[in-house]
Design a protein around this ligand. Structure first.
Ligand code: NAP
Length: 298
């Protein structure tokens, strides 16, 4: 799997694309000129799979890697069939014979619902329409639930993960132990800011802004040393930890910068300094401080 993915959940307002044509051109530019080969999308990003399909139309299938996601379901009844039809829908929307990685987007629903959804992914994996299957936003208890009945261990868990994450449940260690690749979104601490703003609590917003500014002061100081940008340091830290990442940007210079993180290494001391930044503060009832992201189990 290519280490850095191009995230397609960008340039959306109220889950609607601002300019789909521009997005298609951006993906083509990233693929043809900047060397992006891994595109992360989802059935939950309305229209995104079709945009990816149009952008990659006519390109050699071996030249790109597609990861997509199917929505988590609350109800175990019909969960198997509904998930199977989401998988077929994704293949049709993307117009591909196979998807490189397909993830269950959120651990919604009870354990039985999760197990039924996983069974549908296992079936499609065995039928070769999915090259790898995984989950997203899964905490340990949701992974434990899958393991009870899984005949295929998830290949990947895509979660909110960055230098200030509170990984008090040792999710990374857990994934390593089972051979599950932990993949990061939210490298730039955006998820916490989004949650702070969406919980309509002004003290949470102030706390989030304060935490982000303290963390970014340290990151900026490190970035000066390497003559690069703070975003590159945030991304490089993940690479140093052997955590593949997804970044999205609609800015060509940023897309270029993000690809340059493979050209330098952080020193042991700087990694230790970044490891030591304060963890994200927990705000009860607001989602801040949660480990994995958008699931229901965190
Ligand atoms: N599984 C899930 O539940 C889940 C949840 C969220 C996201 N994702 C995936 O992860 C992708 C990334 O989402 P994210 O939330 O983690 O956002 P992100 O990529 O961490 O942040 C995007 C923001 O960072 C800015 N940015 C990117 N590179 C930059 C650079 N080099 N310098 C300065 N600014 C830079 C972008 O602004 P500019 O446009 O100005 O560059 C944009 O505002 C999504 O597109 C999606 O594919 C998955």
């Amino acid at each position: 799997m290519p280490t850095l993915a191009f995230g397609t959940a960008i340039e959306m307002e109220n889950f609607t694309w601002r300019d789909p044509t521009a997005m298609i051109q951006l993906i083509q530019y990233a693929h043809e000129k900047l060397g992006y080969t891994h595109f992360d999308t989802s059935d939950d990003y309305p229209g995104a799979q079709a945009i990816v399909r149009k952008a990659l139309l006519g390109k050699n299938r071996d030249s790109y890697f597609i990861a997509t996601k199917v929505p988590g379901l609350w109800n175990p009844i019909h969960a198997y069939n509904r998930t199977a039809s989401f998988v077929n829908h994704a293949l049709t929307e993307l117009n591909v014979d196979y998807v490189d990685t397909l993830l269950l987007h959120q651990p919604w629903g009870n354990c039985e619902a999760i197990q039924e959804q996983w069974r549908a992914l296992e079936h499609a994996y065995r039928e070769h329409s999915l090259r790898a299957i995984g989950v997203s936003n899964f905490c340990r208890s949701a992974l434990d639930c899958i393991m009870q009945t899984a005949t295929v261990t998830p290949h990947l868990n895509q979660v909110n993960y960055h230098i200030a994450i509170d990984d008090s449940e040792d999710l990374k260690k857990y994934c390593d132990a089972y051979g599950i690749v932990l993949q990061a979104y939210g490298a730039t601490l955006g998820s916490e800011m989004f949650l702070a703003h969406s919980c309509s609590n002004s003290s949470a917003v102030a706390m989030a802004e304060d935490a982000r500014s303290r963390i970014m002061n340290i990151v900026e100081a490190v970035s000066v040393k390497y003559r690069c940008t703070p975003h590159q340091i945030l991304l490089r830290w993940l690479i140093e930890k052997k955590i593949p990442a997804i970044m999205s940007s609609s800015n060509l210079q940023h897309l270029r910068d993000n690809m340059l993180v493979f050209n330098f290494n952080l020193t042991f001391e700087d990694i230790a300094l970044l490891d030591s930044v304060q963890v994200w503060p927990t705000v009860q009832g607001c989602g801040l401080g949660r480990t994995t992201g958008w699931g229901s189990c965190v």
